[in-house]
Design a protein around this ligand. Structure first.
Ligand code: SF4
Length: 376
């Protein structure tokens, strides 16, 4: 597996861990933003491997986890309409809305389909002119370009039955919100490599400067992340606060300019609510007025709503790095992937799902419910 094995070499990994152990002189808390990176860290046992002074907390970079409950409810409402083909990435189907999820809509006879790319939804619209085809477009800066390109393709094709239900969020405003929080404990960030592949890393430099916080852009393989942690430890120990690019094989300072142009053409920046966290100013993207005919929110005239989150789920604190999944009393008992209370347990990129897959054995709350009663 050339190009993979090189980034999973155990000898180099141990060397990096040794170097980190030698350098670290006190406790440091660092956060990886991206859910994909969380899965690598948990899967490869970084917490057990690294010195105890390195506290890894997990950030809000799981697109499924931060999509607001209200938007999931809107998706469910549209998908339940009789003349609609509702198209989504697979991981959104099990995300609980306030009453049910998209799987339930499908089981009740709704035409809900899973695709890998939004262009498949455009093709469906072309092949089914009598139906309204609605694509559920969620995600960070990474998925915005293909979603924008789907809208541009639908426009080019003259389609009148393709719509995008868009819920996009941006990483830098979320980092700002975390750092502005009075209880923030994060001292350094691993920035998401794939987001930076699209948008570059120059916008992270003002954050590093203003908040005096080291940031390293990293990839997703174990050695990418170990190297990023090593770079962060060096910065922290030496009192430097810079943006460094560990993922230079994919990321450049200014990113993918054609992709950015497509996004700019179709979307504009707006305030956006993040599930569990709340509204973050200028942290989202919505479809521009010129493309209103493709905007599912406008076309289907869905009203804005406020919906209560599960009181038991501590996803907000997990997404802000204040708690870890094993701190959640519901973890592994009342909340499991097959009956999730919150989105971080549903999404393959969610921190709770990563802990459930790889660290369940460490959770006192993961004992069978009846054994656990009375032991608290
Ligand atoms: S374990 Fe479940 S209930 Fe607890 S924070 Fe995670 S998703 Fe929410």
């Amino acid at each position: 597996m050339k190009y993979i094995d090189e980034f999973r070499n155990p000898k180099i990994a141990h060397k990096l861990v040794d170097e980190i152990t030698r350098k670290v002189s006190r406790e440091w808390t660092m956060m990886e933003i991206c859910g994909g990176q969380t899965h690598t860290l948990v899967r490869y046992g970084f917490e057990e491997m690294l010195p105890k002074q390195i506290n890894l907390v997990h950030g809000p970079g799981c697109p499924v986890c931060v999509t607001p409950l209200e938007v999931v409810d809107k998706a469910i409402e549209i998908a339940s309409m009789p003349d609609v083909i509702f198209v989504s990435y697979g991981d959104m189907l099990r995300v609980p809305g306030s009453q049910k999820d998209l799987f339930h809509v499908k089981a009740d006879g709704g035409d809900v389909r899973v695709v890998y790319t939004p262009m498949e939804a455009v093709k469906l619209a072309k092949a089914n002119p009598e139906k309204k085809v609605v694509f559920f477009g969620i995600g960070f800066e990474t998925t915005a370009p293909p979603h924008a390109m789907a809208v541009l393709a639908a426009k080019r094709e003259g389609l009148k039955n393709f719509y995008l239900l868009a819920s996009h969020v941006l990483v830098p405003p979320a980092i700002r919100t975390l750092l502005d929080a009075p209880n923030n404990c994060v001292q350094a960030f691993i920035a998401p490599g794939h987001v930076c592949t699209v948008v570059g890393f120059d916008q992270y430099e003002s954050l590093a400067k203003k908040y005096k916080v080291p940031i390293v852009v990293a990839g997703f393989e174990p050695l990418d992340l170990l190297e990023a942690i090593h770079m962060l430890v060096m910065q922290l120990e030496e009192g430097r606060c810079e943006v460094q690019n560990q993922y230079a094989r994919s990321v450049t300072r200014y990113g993918n300019l054609p992709a950015q142009r497509a996004v700019e053409e179709v979307f504009e920046v707006c305030d956006r609510k993040w599930r569990g966290i709340g509204e973050i100013p200028l942290s989202g993207m919505r479809i521009r007025e010129e493309f209103a005919a493709f905007d599912a929110e406008r076309v289907f005239g869905l009203e804005d709503r406020t919906v209560e989150e599960s009181k038991e789920c501590i996803a907000a604190q997990v997404l802000m790095g204040l708690k870890k999944p094993l701190d959640c009393p519901a973890f592994g008992t009342r909340c499991k992937p097959e009956m999730p209370l919150g989105a971080p347990m549903v999404s393959p990129e969610g921190a709770c799902s990563a802990y459930y897959q790889y660290k369940r054995h460490l959770a006192p709350s993961a004992l069978p419910v009846d054994t656990h009663v009375g032991t608290d």
